[in-house]
Design a protein around this ligand. Structure first.
Ligand SMILES: O=P(O)(O)OC[C@H]1O[C@H](OP(=O)(O)OP(=O)(O)O)[C@H](O)[C@@H]1O
Ligand SMILES: NC(=O)CC[C@H](N)C(=O)O
Ligand SMILES: [Mg+2]
Length: 506
């Protein structure tokens, strides 16, 4: 993704912010990526290692990034719009961000907008000392909590849901920071993977259902926390284990301590991590993303075969499923669409116009492969249909005789509130069209989606357990795994519920 936001050159500060704001189309409620979180404790030049970790997590958020480090006394933080590789440059990086402990964040906003002051990690000076926090996910009761906190005198510096966490920690009467952290977790609802840094420890935590992922690794004597295992591989760290759902880990000079302070519930990790978000070389909750995506493709071939000559993936995320489809169907896998590597994930672009252009910039037809062929096109998901409509047209214009479109996940019918930020129902193609209407609109000869049970089979189950579903899957089923307090809260529906700041560009 090309970012218009360049890191400014100028005097070095221990606290560096760029005063600009990415304007977003007010009508925009496209699905967006999530965020990536990373932390390392007990390693020289921790910030430089964090930059590498964040590079591996860039696919989770391309809007902004930040690092907070600590040398045991002082904290150093740098946050900016733009990509990790553009922001964290320069030979003086470890001077700007000193210390043996650091945490970092790659952001795509799900709450509060793309203001620089919402970029993470967020930092606060508490009576117990400084604390920096990086959050992946979205709190479903943040407006509810924020309204109460503001009424009680809290002055918010941002409009992000994540800041609520800092205020709750600040207000807790717990003596130890860990007590405060745990108390805070009992108040927040929704999806969260948190990495926090104080002068003496790093903390990691996962929401009670484990909706958002978080793993623990070791690099020499240092401990690492990361959204995905691909960040461990990037820095040569070994994978230790996933942080469990509802678990809080404290990492300090004495090692790692685990707390499981909440009533145990069955885990329900987010299925969309497996379908789209996570990198194929990651292992999430013990399952290889690459392997399950291939299995989704195999299952899709069982459910929606077609008479065709070749299987063509929609790069990037459609590739493993297309390999699985080809394997199952016995048809040749061909790179009929070539992806431009200088364009990022398209559905995060700020306006529909730019999204349209993005798809065109990103994918080109490989005529030699497509000409005269009956093509089965495989993508991982169809959300708005922005990608599919362009690709089908493009493949046909390149000479394909027939185009059969297949989605390796079920129709997306419901919005997400846990960190994906999928559009409202009126923007979701499958929620507003019948299958035949979609087929016509997408201009394909046939259209097929993986079934919900088929997706669960690909994940290694017999099917979806309707009483206790094994995963968070509301986007396909409408079955939300937690309360949606802010949605329910009628007061938040009222216009002028003026708790969010009206201040722009600060
Ligand atoms: O129906 P739509 O609204 O177009 O959204 C769905 C598309 O968006 C994603 O691709 P994206 O380009 O974001 O990332 P990728 O390179 O990982 O496939 C996904 O893989 C689909 O191709
Ligand atoms: N996608 C995410 O995980 C975003 C984290 C947080 N809700 C924010 O908007 O910054
Ligand atoms: Mg895609």
């Amino acid at each position: 993704m090309q970012s218009p936001h360049m890191r400014p050159t100028g005097p070095k500060h221990t606290y560096h912010e760029v005063d600009n704001w990415v304007e977003r189309d007010p009508d925009d409620d496209t699905p967006r990526l999530e965020c990536g979180v990373f932390g390392i404790y007990g390693m020289e030049d921790a910030s430089a290692v964090t930059v590498l970790g964040l590079h591996a997590l860039q696919h989770r958020g391309q809007e902004a990034c930040g690092i907070a480090s600590c040398d045991g006394k002082r904290f150093y933080t740098e946050r900016s719009h733009g990509l990790v590789g553009d922001v964290f440059t320069g030979p003086d990086l470890t001077q700007r961000l000193q210390g043996n402990a650091a945490i970092g964040h790659t952001r795509y906003s799900t709450a509060g907008g793309a203001f620089i002051r919402n970029v993470q990690p967020m930092f606060a000076d508490l009576d117990t000392g400084g604390i920096a926090i990086a959050h992946n996910g979205n709190l479903t009761n943040f407006m509810h909590l924020r309204t109460k906190l503001v009424a009680g005198g809290s002055i918010f510096q941002s409009t992000s849901d994540s800041e609520v966490i800092l205020h709750l920690i600040a207000r807790s009467r717990g003596i130890k920071i860990m007590d405060r952290f745990i108390e805070t977790m009992s108040h927040i609802e929704g999806g969260f993977a948190l990495v926090a840094l104080t002068r003496t420890m790093m903390i990691g935590a996962r929401d009670p259902l484990g909706i958002r992922p978080l793993v623990i690794g070791r690099l020499g004597n240092a401990y690492v926390l990361a959204s995905e295992t691909c960040a461990l591989d990037m820095i040569g760290a070994t994978f230790v284990r996933d942080v469990e759902h509802g678990e809080v880990v404290q990492i300090d000079q004495d090692g790692l301590k685990s707390f499981k302070p909440f009533e145990r519930k069955a885990a329900r990790p987010c299925l969309f991590e497996y379908v789209y978000f996570a990198r194929p070389d990651s292992v999430v909750n013990g399952k290889s993303i690459y392997e399950v995506r291939k299995a989704m493709g195999r299952q899709l071939a069982i459910e929606h075969a077609a008479d065709a000559d070749i299987i063509v993936p929609v790069p990037d995320s459609g590739v493993p499923a297309a390999l699985g489809f080809a394997e199952q169907s016995g048809l040749p896998f061909e790179l009929g669409i070539i992806r431009n590597h200088y364009v990022g994930r398209t559905f995060i672009q700020p306006t529909q116009n730019i999204r349209d252009l993005g798809v065109r910039k990103k994918h080109s037809p490989n005529r030699v492969v497509l000409e005269g062929k009956r093509v089965i096109l495989i993508d991982d998901s169809i959300v708005r249909g922005t990608t599919s409509v362009k690709i089908v047209r493009m493949v046909r214009a390149a000479g394909a005789k027939e185009v059969h479109l297949r989605s390796a996940s079920p129709p997306i019918m419901w919005p997400d509130y846990y960190g994906i930020d999928m559009p409202d129902r009126d923007k979701l193609m499958a929620a507003t069209h019948t299958m035949e209407e979609m087929r016509k609109k997408l201009e394909c000869d046939s259209l097929g989606f993986l079934s919900v049970d088929g997706l669960y089979k690909a994940m290694g189950h017999n099917g979806r357990n309707p009483d206790t579903p094994q995963y968070t899957d509301h986007y396909f089923t409408g079955d939300y795994p937690t309360r949606l307090t802010d949605k329910e809260d009628a007061v938040n529906e009222k216009e002028g519920n003026g708790q969010l700041s009206l201040l722009v560009n600060v």
